[in-house]
Design a protein around this ligand. Structure first.
Ligand SMILES: [Zn+2]
Ligand SMILES: [Zn+2]
Length: 134
């Protein structure tokens, strides 16, 4: 059976489940993530659109389309917490911080980061052993 993980926002109104292995897991240093999500870099687990199911509070799941880029933020209209965002491939990008928060502070081994990407666009240098891709 494929692994599945369930996540919810701060207030618990919205809940979603992802099923199967993520397409990508690591740290994105691109300027788009930084500017759209206001993070120095984004620690992510990324699934395809059809791997994600909203199982609670779909009517409370609001989305914001980036004015220029093919990116969206999906957030809870009750508490404002971001649940995931989408990228130009329409994949579902989940923060590893949300993964930890919904998993007793731990990041499951199957969701652990494997690399840094868009490292050439970084504003923070990272001193670890993971591969760094431009
Ligand atoms: Zn909420
Ligand atoms: Zn990015």
């Amino acid at each position: 059976m494929a692994a599945s993980y369930t996540f919810s926002c701060d207030c618990g109104a919205v809940e979603f489940t992802v099923e199967g292995a993520p397409k990508v897991r690591g740290f994105c240093h691109c300027a788009d993530c930084r500017n759209f999500l206001k993070v120095p870099y984004h620690s992510v687990d990324v699934w395809e659109k059809d791997q994600l199911t909203v199982n609670k509070g779909e009517d409370k799941l609001a989305e914001f389309q980036h004015p220029e880029k093919k990116m969206k933020r999906f957030f809870c209209s009750e508490c404002g917490d971001t649940l995931f965002n989408s990228n130009s491939a329409d994949w579902r990008v989940v923060s590893q911080l949300l993964v930890r928060r919904n998993n007793d502070g731990e990041l499951p081994e199957a969701l652990a980061p494997q690399s840094h990407f868009y490292y050439g666009e970084r504003i923070v240098d990272i001193d670890d052993d993971l591969p760094k891709k431009e």
